[in-house]
Design a protein around this ligand. Structure first.
Ligand code: BZD
Length: 826
């Protein structure tokens, strides 16, 4: 390939023939096959192996540089990393995509077919897990010393099948045929203790010492996934822990006759990292989940301390200069008492010294205000699994309550509100409170959310420690979410602003001046049309539905949850259907509503909503009276790789959560970046998106946070809307008939019930009319081709703020205090 003019400095250079030779070498020597026998899967593995040579070289140089410089590093603790596929991303970040494409082409192989062979690494539920993946991409790109720590789940998020309209969960097996990226590091195996009892001892100087006699020890095996920064210079690591039986059982604990039990426990050790819990936004409260959390935190802390000691021995004084740990929500909050245990019981530091270290190391990100998502563990469960940690938590709380008493003397109600321990029939440990008390910084993920964290979730904490609670608005990596997933748009942007926008997303503003330029509008919308054709093909393949690419592609992709209100869109779709049946000339631009969503397996209403969308879709798509104008496609098994196909093809982005409920959203940013126009509420980061694009380039509707509060306070009565609005009534009544479920009347009735009899907690009916009006405004705007093209272009142009590089810069400057450490050329 001829060298292209580029502003992006690269860590590696390898040409087409070298790449080709490497692929063939791996086909022969790693996979034991040859060009004639190899299928696409083998080609994929061989291509990954060729790439991995470059990746590992980058990893080695990075680790050496970080070691020699004894750098301060951030340790991102997260129970979830939703990585998706890595090959295309690694090729892009190394600048080798075109090289690989040409090399495989000469071998008669299509790179895009090869890319499709890669299973998604779906080790996360949704936004929180994907945020972690975007953040580690940015950290590597910005040459920051960082390591991601998490769990090496054998099964990631379930694979969703739709059968007769209903969601069926199938196990995800991302590693069944091996994973070409991960490296096992047996030399860094760690041991983790569980169960048992605590012995109190008295040392020589009268010092009370605690000794935990664990009942059970499990091994943590580290698997490293290299994380390639854009430019390919820094390659950081995501270290994921797999559990294994250690063969250890304590005869003190498993005494006479306990041998069989001990064997059973051994088998259970391997279940710790078996499966990702599929509940987003609900606290599961299961013992295994707590063990998962402790398991990866304990392994990771040991790993950090081992590395620290290698450089600093037993001198703890520099620990806080070298180590910062970011807690991705409260899932890793147990790391706080674990570090205290290590410092006090093992390193024999005074409590105050240990606490001073702890509270300079941890920072905590909150991702939700939903009460059902706030983690609380029964004290009894902690006592059984982690008896010493419970004692430590009590001690942390005891000292904290003294501090509270100093600030609010004698005020027991404020104590009850702030206490880490919630009293009641069953004593509970509030992990959010523990995280706030044990961290030096706490952040929400969008401006509105962070304000509500301060005002509603942890109000007195903000008075106690002014400045501790802060905001870092989320972001997304433009490498994956524009450059890689939308190559045609990327090239068009390159032609106007140069090719370094993936490193400096504000440069996208450079296309704004072409927003009204007819030629550019045409080019921009031509790219959109091509992307819509690709998605239309996917819809045809997956569902057998033909969709018209001239129609508006209206996309709602996110986990299924009542607060996200997919059923608000559903009611509107049904209303359009009704309008078209009543008046075949009803004036609307053709529209395809496209959904992607997984429901937590135990979340009945969420599954009912998926079922309803599919049943309504069946009816509409097969009704010749309307299906020229209206179609509905629910694409099964929504995941990162499917998002990468849906997002570039979207015209409209649905961001319609009840105000105050969606902490930030990140899909909203990805869609707008790819030129979709948002219809959304004033919630989460939608507010900041609106600020960037301007009110004329977004369709905002619905109640604000204050209005939601006022309506609820005044006694919200959903029946009022049912009786007042004939369309709402007709549509809800329709759900109860057997029109969509022939022979099964009432099959969709639970949705109506939730909206009327169960009080419509998320104010779907209150926002319906405003939503319907906003949708009509969307329809009108779309029909004005130039206006729409301008809106779409401005959306892309104004997304600079939402690069995850900016989020990381915020964390680095305001919370982590890190320096970049460029990898030296050897
Ligand atoms: O985190 C999400 C929020 O709902 C989004 O608004 C926000 O943009 C993202 C990133 O900050 N929260 C989650 O995705 N939460 C989970 O996935 C989750 C997983 C397990 C347990 C609880 C919640």
């Amino acid at each position: 390939m001829s060298a292209k003019k580029t502003n992006v400095d690269r860590g590696v250079t390898i040409n087409k023939s070298e790449f080709k030779a490497a692929v063939v070498k791996h086909l022969h020597c790693t996979l034991g096959t040859d060009e004639n026998k190899a299928n696409n899967h083998a080609w994929w593995k061989a291509t990954c192996a060729a790439m991995q040579e470059q990746v590992l070289e980058g990893l080695r140089k990075t680790q050496k540089t970080h070691y020699l410089n004894d750098t301060r590093a951030v340790h991102y603790f997260s129970a979830e990393f939703l990585m998706g596929r890595l090959l295309s991303n690694n090729l892009q970040n190394f600048g080798l995509f075109d090289v690989a494409n040409a090399a495989l082409n000469e071998l008669g192989i299509s790179l895009s077919d090869v890319l499709e062979e890669e299973p998604d690494m779906a080790l996360g539920n949704g936004g929180l897990g994907r945020l972690a993946a975007c953040f580690i991409d940015s950290l590597a790109t910005m040459e920051l010393p960082a390591i991601g720590y998490g769990i090496h789940y054998e099964h990631g998020l379930f694979r969703q099948e739709i059968q007769a309209g209903a969601q069926i969960e199938r196990p995800d097996s991302w590693r069944d045929y091996g994973n070409p990226w991960e490296i096992c590091r047996p030399e860094s195996i760690q041991e983790v203790s569980l169960y048992g009892y605590v012995e109190t001892k008295y040392g020589e100087n009268g010092r009370i010492q605690k000794e935990w006699h664990p009942g059970h020890i499990v091994k943590g095996i580290p698997w490293d996934i290299p994380v390639v920064g854009y430019g390919g210079k820094t390659v950081n690591v995501l270290r994921l822990w797999q559990s294994k039986a250690s063969g250890y059982f304590n005869w003190d604990v498993f005494n006479a006759g306990g041998y069989v039990d001990a064997q059973v426990e051994n088998v259970q050790a391997e279940t710790i990292s078996k499966v990702l819990y599929p509940n987003d936004e609900t606290e599961a409260g299961k013992e295994l989940r707590l063990i998962q959390q402790y398991f990866f935190c304990a392994c990771s802390l040991k790993d950090i301390i081992r590395r620290y000691k290698r450089a600093h021995g037993d001198d703890w004084s520099r620990f806080v200069d070298q180590v910062v740990i970011q807690l991705n929500d409260t899932h890793p909050a147990i790391a706080i008492p674990e570090l205290m245990r290590i410092l006090v019981d093992r390193a024999e530091l005074d409590w105050d010294k240990a606490w001073a270290i702890c509270t300079k190391v941890f920072a905590y990100t909150n991702h939700t205000l939903l009460p059902e998502a706030l983690e609380r563990w029964p004290a009894r469960m902690l006592e059984k699994i982690l008896p010493r940690h419970l004692e430590i938590i009590y001690e942390i709380n005891h000292r904290f309550m003294k501090e509270v008493d100093k600030k609010w003397p004698g005020d027991n109600s404020v104590k009850a509100r702030l206490s880490i321990i919630e009293e009641g029939p069953e004593k509970m440990v509030r992990m959010g409170h523990l995280s706030v008390v044990g961290s030096y910084a706490v952040n929400g993920v969008a401006e509105l959310h962070s304000r509500l964290v301060k005002e509603n979730l942890f109000p007195e904490f903000d008075q106690l420690w002014p400045g501790k609670l802060t905001n870092v608005t989320n972001g997304i990596t433009p490498r994956r979410w524009l450059k890689t997933c939308n190559p045609a748009l990327s090239k068009l942007i390159d032609s106007k602003v140069g090719d370094d926008w993936p490193l400096d997303l504000k440069k996208l503003a450079g296309i704004e001046k072409y927003a009204s330029n007819k030629t550019f509008q045409k080019q921009f919308m031509q790219v959109k049309l091509q992307n819509k054709k690709v998605l239309a093909e996917e819809i045809k393949q997956s569902l057998g539905i033909d969709v018209d690419t001239d129609a508006i592609f209206d996309v709602q992709i996110k986990r299924l949850h009542e607060y996200k209100r997919q059923h608000l869109a559903l009611l509107y779709i049904m209303a359009l259907y009704r309008r078209l049946l009543e008046n075949p000339d009803y004036d609307m631009h053709p529209r395809v509503f496209i959904f992607g969503a997984k429901a937590a397996p135990g979340y009945k209403l969420a599954k009912d909503i998926i079922f309803a969308i599919n049943k309504v879709a069946d009816k509409i798509n097969n009704d010749a009276r309307v299906n020229q104008k209206l179609k509905v496609a629910f694409l099964p098994n929504y995941r990162v790789s499917l998002a990468e196909k849906m997002i570039p093809a979207a015209d409209v982005s649905e961001q319609i959560s009840t105000a105050g409920k969606e902490a930030s959203g990140t899909g909203n940013m990805k869609l707008a970046l790819n030129g979709a126009v948002t219809i959304g509420t004033l919630d989460g980061a939608n507010i900041e998106i609106a600020e960037e694009v301007g009110d004329e380039n977004i369709f905002i509707f619905g109640l604000t946070v204050d209005e939601v509060k006022a309506l609820k306070a005044s006694g919200y009565k959903p029946y009022d809307y049912y009786y007042k609005n004939a369309e709402i009534k007709a549509v809800l009544d329709w759900l109860e008939t057997d029109y969509f479920t022939p022979g099964k009347p009432g099959a969709l009735a639970s949705i109506k019930q939730s909206l009327l009899d169960h009080g419509d907690q998320y104010l779907v009916l209150a926002d319906y009319e405003a939503y319907s009006e906003a949708q009509e405004a969307v329809d009108k705007a779309y029909r004005d081709k130039e206006r729409w093209a301008r809106m779409a272009i401005i959306n892309t142009a104004k997304m600079g703020k939402f690069t995850s590089d900016r989020s990381i810069k915020d964390y680095v400057e305001r919370i982590w205090k890190l320096n970049a450490c460029p990898v030296v050329k050897e």
